[in-house]
Design a protein around this ligand. Structure first.
Ligand SMILES: *Cc1c(COP(=O)(O)O)cnc(C)c1O
Length: 375
């Protein structure tokens, strides 16, 4: 066996021994909340398509029209010839929805963080980020060269201590958090954080990947997010002042050195945003479904469409996920490094399209399995 392959086989074995190996599984998402895996149709509690918009007829036809008009691909970076007219429309719609002066659309949420953070801070600057922030913030912080410090999850006191001890030694300071945490489903204390940022001359940046369409936008200097979850399509964005967006467009490397999105994705996002703004009942329904689930299991009331059930050990999470799959439900087991060691969990996501009886059937199985555990 070639040395590279032998080396990698060894690494794969080690991951497997710790129940940490991951591989994509062929999955076909159908209309509603059904997915097909192999020869089995499952009810999904694992999609981030919270409002079911990826299959909405308005969204699909907008995407089809865009392909017919503008083609399958953008052809170049937005700063060369890839900036077809749909971009302007989507950016205006995003800015309007978020209540900001302007917006900039990126290739993905990951690319938005990877472009925006290093454009704003660098060596000699400070990033204060929530301990539970998404991996792409960590990657962006590393690329930026700024000093990264992490505060305990949603802990204002800890933020204050870090700011008091470190702010003056750094030129600029960016405070980063998620509006709704991707693996915990809880909300950040944003108004206190905004206040704190003002007090310490820092900039507050929020990642609204799981908030859009579910909870109303909240004030922050830099609001990024994704179009790939509740908006049902693909792409990332950042919203803020005109000066911020003008600067980002001329300096974010992941925007400049990457091809524009396929027109179908941008058109789909425009249609989805219209639906989200027109009909807030979709987001309310997803939230109500999550709350129905937490009430059935006696869990703390859901603050978003995401409900984690922490089972601690990786093997246990995988076992439960397999058991639920055998019963007809798709629920992902989430393991380190996505979450801290010994906090492996089942992550349930709720859609506006789930039916009560589906949630009841799921809760019944969990109760039989002794979930949530008493300890
Ligand atoms: C999904 C996610 C991203 C990345 O967005 P993509 O558009 O999928 O690249 C960024 N931040 C958080 C918190 C996310 O959950």
């Amino acid at each position: 066996m070639p040395a590279l392959d032998a080396h990698l086989e060894q690494r794969l074995k080690l991951l497997e021994a710790k129940h940490l190996r991951r591989e994509p599984k062929g999955t076909s998402r159908k209309e509603g909340v059904q997915v097909v895996r192999g020869d089995k149709t499952l009810i999904s509690f694992s999609c981030n398509d919270y409002l079911g918009l990826s299959h909405h007829p308005d969204v699909i036809s907008a995407a089809q029209e865009a392909v017919a008009t503008y083609g399958a691909g953008a052809g170049a970076s937005r700063l060369v010839t890839g900036n077809y007219p749909l971009y302007d429309e989507l950016e205006s719609a995003l800015a309007e929805y978020k209540g900001t002066q302007a917006a900039c659309v990126f290739g993905s949420g990951y690319l938005a963080n990877l472009g925006v953070i290093p454009a704003l801070v660098g060596a000699g600057d400070l990033i204060l980020a929530d301990k539970f922030s998404h991996a792409c913030m960590l990657d962006a912080a590393r690329v930026s060269g700024a000093t990264l410090m992490r505060f305990a999850h949603n802990n204002i006191e800890h933020m204050k201590i870090l700011l008091a001890a470190n702010r003056t030694e750094h030129q600029n300071c960016l405070i980063f958090t998620e509006t709704i945490f991707s693996m915990d489903g809880d909300a950040a204390p944003l108004s206190e954080m905004y206040q704190l940022a003002k007090e310490y001359d820092a900039w507050l940046m929020t990642d609204d990947a799981h908030g859009l369409g579910i909870v109303p936008p909240q004030k922050a200097h830099i609001q990024m997010g994704t179009l790939s979850k509740a908006a049902g399509s693909y792409g990332g964005y950042v919203c803020g002042s005109k000066a911020l967006i003008d600067y980002i467009k001329t300096s974010a490397r992941s925007l400049i050195y990457s091809t524009g999105l396929p027109p179908a994705s941008v058109a789909a996002s425009i249609a989805a945003l219209k639906l989200i703004q027109k009909d807030t009942s979709l987001g309310e329904k997803a939230l109500a479904n999550a709350r129905y689930f937490t009430s059935l299991l006696g869990l703390p009331e859901a603050q978003s469409a995401i409900v984690p059930v922490i089972v601690k050990e990786n093997e246990k999470a995988l076992e439960l996920s397999a058991l639920l799959e055998a019963a007809g439900f798709l629920v992902s087991a989430i393991r380190p490094p996505t979450v801290p060691e010994h906090t492996a969990r089942l992550r349930f996501t709720f859609s506006a399209l789930h039916e009560k009886r589906q949630i009841e059937a799921l809760a019944d199985i969990l109760k039989v399995e002794g979930i949530p555990c008493e300890s």
